[in-house]
Ligand binder design. Structure first.
Ligand SMILES: [Zn+2]
Length: 192
Protein backbone atom coordinates (compact mmCIF):
# COMPACT_ATOMS: atom_id res chain seq x y z
CA UNK A 1 0.00 0.00 0.00
CA UNK A 2 1.10 3.56 -0.72
CA UNK A 3 0.15 6.78 1.02
CA UNK A 4 -2.62 8.92 -0.40
CA UNK A 5 -1.11 11.96 -2.07
CA UNK A 6 -3.84 14.23 -0.73
CA UNK A 7 -4.53 13.21 2.86
CA UNK A 8 -1.63 10.88 3.65
CA UNK A 9 -3.87 7.93 4.51
CA UNK A 10 -1.97 4.69 4.16
CA UNK A 11 -4.71 3.01 2.16
CA UNK A 12 -4.31 4.61 -1.23
CA UNK A 13 -4.86 2.33 -4.16
CA UNK A 14 -6.68 4.34 -6.81
CA UNK A 15 -4.39 5.54 -9.56
CA UNK A 16 -5.92 8.58 -11.09
CA UNK A 17 -5.00 11.03 -13.83
CA UNK A 18 -3.02 10.96 -17.04
CA UNK A 19 0.27 9.22 -17.73
CA UNK A 20 2.07 12.51 -17.14
CA UNK A 21 0.37 13.45 -13.93
CA UNK A 22 -0.64 10.39 -12.00
CA UNK A 23 -2.00 10.71 -8.50
CA UNK A 24 -2.51 7.89 -6.04
CA UNK A 25 -5.53 8.45 -3.86
CA UNK A 26 -7.39 6.79 -1.04
CA UNK A 27 -11.06 5.98 -1.65
CA UNK A 28 -12.19 8.92 0.51
CA UNK A 29 -10.21 11.52 -1.43
CA UNK A 30 -11.10 9.91 -4.75
CA UNK A 31 -14.83 9.98 -3.94
CA UNK A 32 -14.63 13.55 -2.64
CA UNK A 33 -13.04 14.63 -5.91
CA UNK A 34 -15.54 12.69 -8.08
CA UNK A 35 -18.38 13.98 -5.93
CA UNK A 36 -17.43 17.55 -6.80
CA UNK A 37 -17.10 16.77 -10.49
CA UNK A 38 -20.34 14.77 -10.72
CA UNK A 39 -22.43 16.71 -8.23
CA UNK A 40 -23.40 13.52 -6.38
CA UNK A 41 -22.98 13.18 -2.64
CA UNK A 42 -21.38 10.01 -1.30
CA UNK A 43 -23.61 8.95 1.57
CA UNK A 44 -21.97 7.28 4.53
CA UNK A 45 -22.05 3.48 4.70
CA UNK A 46 -20.75 0.73 6.98
CA UNK A 47 -17.14 0.00 6.17
CA UNK A 48 -17.36 -3.56 7.40
CA UNK A 49 -19.98 -6.28 7.76
CA UNK A 50 -20.07 -9.88 8.95
CA UNK A 51 -22.24 -12.40 7.15
CA UNK A 52 -22.93 -16.02 8.01
CA UNK A 53 -22.53 -18.18 4.91
CA UNK A 54 -24.32 -21.35 3.86
CA UNK A 55 -21.58 -23.39 5.56
CA UNK A 56 -22.44 -21.79 8.92
CA UNK A 57 -19.20 -19.82 9.04
CA UNK A 58 -19.23 -16.12 9.81
CA UNK A 59 -17.17 -14.19 7.29
CA UNK A 60 -15.95 -10.62 7.61
CA UNK A 61 -16.04 -8.18 4.72
CA UNK A 62 -14.74 -4.71 4.03
CA UNK A 63 -17.15 -2.53 2.08
CA UNK A 64 -16.12 0.09 -0.44
CA UNK A 65 -18.19 2.53 -2.41
CA UNK A 66 -16.82 4.22 -5.47
CA UNK A 67 -18.19 6.96 -7.70
CA UNK A 68 -17.66 6.70 -11.45
CA UNK A 69 -18.89 8.91 -14.22
CA UNK A 70 -21.14 5.97 -15.14
CA UNK A 71 -22.59 5.31 -11.70
CA UNK A 72 -21.82 4.06 -8.22
CA UNK A 73 -20.28 0.71 -7.45
CA UNK A 74 -20.15 -1.03 -4.10
CA UNK A 75 -17.85 -3.91 -3.39
CA UNK A 76 -17.74 -6.34 -0.47
CA UNK A 77 -14.41 -8.04 -0.12
CA UNK A 78 -13.76 -10.78 2.40
CA UNK A 79 -10.95 -9.86 4.78
CA UNK A 80 -8.58 -12.64 3.73
CA UNK A 81 -6.63 -13.38 0.61
CA UNK A 82 -8.62 -15.23 -2.06
CA UNK A 83 -11.89 -14.83 -0.20
CA UNK A 84 -15.38 -14.04 -1.39
CA UNK A 85 -15.99 -10.88 -3.40
CA UNK A 86 -19.29 -9.33 -4.36
CA UNK A 87 -20.17 -6.17 -6.24
CA UNK A 88 -23.22 -4.23 -7.30
CA UNK A 89 -23.60 -1.25 -9.56
CA UNK A 90 -26.17 1.55 -9.45
CA UNK A 91 -26.98 4.73 -11.31
CA UNK A 92 -25.44 8.00 -10.06
CA UNK A 93 -28.81 9.12 -8.70
CA UNK A 94 -29.72 5.74 -7.18
CA UNK A 95 -30.78 5.25 -3.56
CA UNK A 96 -27.39 4.55 -1.97
CA UNK A 97 -28.88 2.92 1.11
CA UNK A 98 -30.77 0.57 -1.17
CA UNK A 99 -27.61 -0.16 -3.14
CA UNK A 100 -25.89 -1.23 0.08
CA UNK A 101 -28.80 -3.55 0.97
CA UNK A 102 -28.65 -4.96 -2.55
CA UNK A 103 -24.98 -5.78 -2.01
CA UNK A 104 -25.62 -7.56 1.28
CA UNK A 105 -28.56 -9.43 -0.21
CA UNK A 106 -26.42 -10.53 -3.14
CA UNK A 107 -23.67 -11.75 -0.81
CA UNK A 108 -26.12 -13.66 1.38
CA UNK A 109 -27.82 -15.30 -1.57
CA UNK A 110 -24.54 -16.22 -3.24
CA UNK A 111 -23.10 -17.80 -0.10
CA UNK A 112 -26.21 -19.95 0.45
CA UNK A 113 -24.89 -22.41 -2.09
CA UNK A 114 -21.44 -23.88 -1.87
CA UNK A 115 -20.17 -25.77 -4.88
CA UNK A 116 -17.22 -27.89 -3.86
CA UNK A 117 -17.08 -30.64 -1.29
CA UNK A 118 -14.09 -32.45 0.04
CA UNK A 119 -14.07 -36.22 0.21
CA UNK A 120 -11.63 -38.87 1.35
CA UNK A 121 -10.59 -42.03 -0.46
CA UNK A 122 -10.35 -45.25 1.61
CA UNK A 123 -6.55 -44.78 1.56
CA UNK A 124 -6.98 -41.45 3.33
CA UNK A 125 -6.19 -39.28 0.34
CA UNK A 126 -8.35 -36.18 -0.05
CA UNK A 127 -10.22 -35.22 -3.16
CA UNK A 128 -12.60 -32.48 -4.21
CA UNK A 129 -15.83 -32.89 -6.10
CA UNK A 130 -18.71 -30.74 -7.30
CA UNK A 131 -21.86 -30.99 -5.23
CA UNK A 132 -24.34 -30.19 -8.01
CA UNK A 133 -22.47 -30.44 -11.33
CA UNK A 134 -21.80 -26.71 -11.39
CA UNK A 135 -19.73 -23.93 -9.89
CA UNK A 136 -19.28 -20.19 -9.85
CA UNK A 137 -15.80 -18.82 -9.29
CA UNK A 138 -13.72 -15.69 -9.64
CA UNK A 139 -10.63 -15.81 -11.80
CA UNK A 140 -7.57 -14.52 -9.99
CA UNK A 141 -3.85 -14.97 -10.15
CA UNK A 142 -1.60 -16.46 -7.53
CA UNK A 143 0.42 -13.23 -7.53
CA UNK A 144 2.60 -13.89 -4.53
CA UNK A 145 3.71 -17.31 -5.72
CA UNK A 146 4.13 -18.16 -9.39
CA UNK A 147 1.50 -15.87 -10.95
CA UNK A 148 -0.50 -18.88 -12.09
CA UNK A 149 -4.27 -18.55 -12.40
CA UNK A 150 -6.51 -19.70 -9.59
CA UNK A 151 -10.26 -19.95 -9.41
CA UNK A 152 -11.77 -18.72 -6.16
CA UNK A 153 -14.82 -20.85 -5.32
CA UNK A 154 -16.71 -20.82 -2.00
CA UNK A 155 -14.23 -18.21 -0.77
CA UNK A 156 -11.25 -20.53 -1.34
CA UNK A 157 -8.62 -20.64 -4.11
CA UNK A 158 -8.27 -23.72 -6.31
CA UNK A 159 -5.64 -24.29 -8.95
CA UNK A 160 -6.75 -25.21 -12.45
CA UNK A 161 -5.14 -28.57 -11.86
CA UNK A 162 -7.52 -29.13 -8.95
CA UNK A 163 -10.51 -27.87 -10.94
CA UNK A 164 -9.47 -30.19 -13.78
CA UNK A 165 -9.41 -33.18 -11.45
CA UNK A 166 -12.89 -32.32 -10.14
CA UNK A 167 -14.11 -32.31 -13.73
CA UNK A 168 -12.74 -35.75 -14.47
CA UNK A 169 -15.92 -37.31 -13.11
CA UNK A 170 -17.61 -35.61 -16.09
CA UNK A 171 -15.36 -37.09 -18.75
CA UNK A 172 -17.24 -36.98 -22.05
CA UNK A 173 -19.60 -34.25 -20.86
CA UNK A 174 -19.77 -30.75 -22.28
CA UNK A 175 -18.61 -27.83 -20.18
CA UNK A 176 -20.16 -24.38 -20.35
CA UNK A 177 -17.84 -21.48 -19.53
CA UNK A 178 -18.93 -17.86 -19.58
CA UNK A 179 -17.16 -14.80 -18.19
CA UNK A 180 -19.60 -12.61 -16.28
CA UNK A 181 -18.84 -9.17 -14.84
CA UNK A 182 -18.54 -9.23 -11.05
CA UNK A 183 -21.42 -6.79 -10.62
CA UNK A 184 -23.79 -8.93 -12.71
CA UNK A 185 -25.97 -11.77 -11.44
CA UNK A 186 -25.47 -15.39 -12.41
CA UNK A 187 -28.68 -17.34 -12.65
CA UNK A 188 -29.04 -21.05 -13.17
CA UNK A 189 -31.60 -22.14 -15.75
CA UNK A 190 -33.06 -24.95 -13.63
CA UNK A 191 -33.88 -22.68 -10.66
CA UNK A 192 -37.55 -22.73 -9.73
ZN1 LIG B 1 -6.81 10.45 0.93
Amino acid sequence: MVDCQRCGSAEAYIHFGSEMEKEVLCIGCYNAMMSEVLGVKVESYPEGVSIRGGDGMVRHFSIKKRLHSGGISMVAEELKSFGYQFAVHGELECDQGQLFLQLIDKAERAMMETFIQEGKFPNGQHYYSLKKDRLIGIVESNREEDGNPVLVVDGKPYTWEEIGKMLMSYEGFQLKVEAVDISDEIEWIDEE
